[in-house]
Ligand binder design. Structure first.
Ligand code: GDP
Ligand code: GDP
Length: 441
């Protein structure tokens, strides 16, 4: 299921972010080789038993100061109940049940979403005994764990992944193959997302129909432009938006993730008058890890005084430096108010969509890549040369390549980067994240 979301709620200092980091670590150890992940993330993707899910640390969104406390906590719980599929309610055995715990429990018991009570800091046998008092909060599912040491996390992950509905993979693959390109408009509040959408919708003749999104938080609109059919995904509330809510960073992030999960290609809008923010970069890297195509729009370009060629070129160069290692992405300078290059943006998104579907013939792939490997060998490890014998593109939905070699574990990042760059310079994968796997011949 695309975009199963788990939110961790609880009062400050119970250990939410410790658990959050632990859940994401599981993934890091297995597949995460994308750099640029910041320390103070509030959301991420966790993997367990071949299933993945989004995790939100709601604690990252509320102030830690004691006086704003209650109101903030209520907001946190409310948001989590609205946005998540499953809630982890975390308490701390060291403090026992506090008034605030009891109050949150009251709200959460009335939630229509499933809630798992996680009693944390159960580090030893004494605490295990003490932890039983938490049964009195009245939740059916109770887990005892130590986020710090990780004990109990396997059982919790089993329970979480057990609640994620099974994918019907073949059906999904067929549907996906037949489906229209899906393009999501994402970005922080006030970058111009709704203006862009309105400018596109303004061209009424392009609209074929409105189709409901897979969640109530997104709207899918079927368009026809340049003789091509595609679906634009926007986050609900863009058109008739509730400014107060949409301006909450939390909403913008969660909605962006939902739209992203449903899309093939994301149009990530940045505000030319503001620098690229950490939040922009982490949304960008998340889209990359989810294998989504990307086009970056530097919007409000009309507000930039000096629009000489250099200024755009310099901006793009600097931006790509910050997007590295995944910098093979189209960057378009748009002005939605002046309708500058907004159709170009859609054209690029459709091009990236085609790139993402590209399947390179095995013979061609080997011809090109073995030559590239020949002209720049992988390093020798422990006196043994690494030999890559054969390359093939995997039959996956997003481009992935398997390199068969004698010492797969010894092909390190710099050489992986070299191979990825060779793939990119020989075959057009602009805007598309690539996965490279190394396997024993
Ligand atoms: P948050 O405010 O709910 O996100 O809590 P944090 O994750 O920041 O943790 C608060 C404090 O509790 C930190 O000092 C953690 O090191 C500590 N902590 C978190 N998990 C455990 C645990 O399982 N056992 C113990 N003893 N301490 C923990
Ligand atoms: P959203 O929150 O991302 O949906 O952003 P909006 O579409 O509501 O735009 C926020 C503000 O930026 C509005 O006042 C828009 O008129 C303005 N805006 C959007 N695009 C542009 C642009 O290309 N140039 C300029 N100058 N203003 C823009």
């Amino acid at each position: 299921m695309a975009g199963f979301t788990v939110a961790i709620v609880g009062r400050p200092n119970v250990g939410k972010s410790t658990l959050f980091n632990r859940l994401l670590e599981q993934r890091k150890a297995i597949v995460d080789d994308v750099s640029g992940v910041t320390r103070d993330r509030q959301y991420g993707v966790a993997d367990w038993n071949g299933k993945s899910f989004n995790v939100i640390d709601t604690g990252g969104f509320v102030s830690r100061s004691e006086d704003v406390f209650e109101r903030e906590i209520r907001k946190q719980v409310k948001i989590a109940m609205e946005e998540a599929n499953l809630l982890l309610f975390m308490c701390d055995v060291a403090t026992g049940i506090t008034d605030l715990d009891a109050e949150m429990a009251d709200i959460l018991r009335r939630s229509s979403k499933p809630v798992i009570l996680v009693v944390n800091k159960v580090d030893n046998a004494t605490r295990q005994l003490e932890a039983t008092e938490f049964y009195s909060l009245g939740f059916e599912k109770v887990f005892f764990m130590s986020s710090m040491s990780g004990s109990g996390s396997g059982e919790l992950l089993d329970e979480i992944t057990g609640q994620i509905p099974e994918d019907d993979e073949t059906r999904e693959a067929i549907e996906a193959a037949e489906a229209l390109p899906k393009i999501a408009i994402i970005g922080q509040p006030n970058v111009g997302k709704s203006s862009l959408l309105n400018a596109l919708i303004g061209e009424e003749r392009n609209i074929v129909s409105d189709i409901p999104g897979t969640t109530r938080d997104t709207i899918h609109t079927h368009y026809k432009m340049f003789q091509k059919d595609f679906v634009l995904i926007d986050t609900a509330g863009l058109r008739r938006k509730n400014k107060v809510q949409e301006d909450l960073e939390f909403y913008s992030v969660i909605r962006a993730i939902k739209a992203m999960d449903e899309a093939d290609v994301c149009l990530l809008l940045l505000d030319a008058t503001k620098g690229v923010t950490a939040q922009d970069l982490s949304i960008f890297s998340l889209a990359g890890r989810k294998g989504k195509g990307l086009v970056v729009l530097v919007n409000k370009w009309d507000l930039i005084e000096d629009k000489s060629t250099n200024s755009a070129r310099d901006y793009e160069k600097d931006l790509k430096g910050r997007l590295a290692p995944f910098s093979d992405v189209p960057v378009i300078f748009t002005s939605v108010v002046e309708k500058q290059r907004i159709f170009k943006a859609i054209e690029e998104a459709l091009r990236v969509y085609d790139n993402r579907k590209r399947k390179v013939q095995t013979s061609k792939l080997n011809e090109v890549m073995l030559k590239a490997i020949e002209s720049f060998h992988p390093p020798v490890v422990r006196g043994i040369p690494i030999k890559i014998k054969y390359v093939t593109q995997l039959p996956t939905f997003t481009p992935a390549f398997a390199f068969f070699c004698n010492l797969p574990d010894d092909v390190k990042q710099p050489y992986r980067n070299y191979l990825e760059n060779q793939l990119r310079s020989n075959f057009d994968f602009e805007g598309v994240p690539l996965k490279l796997f190394f396997r024993k011949k």
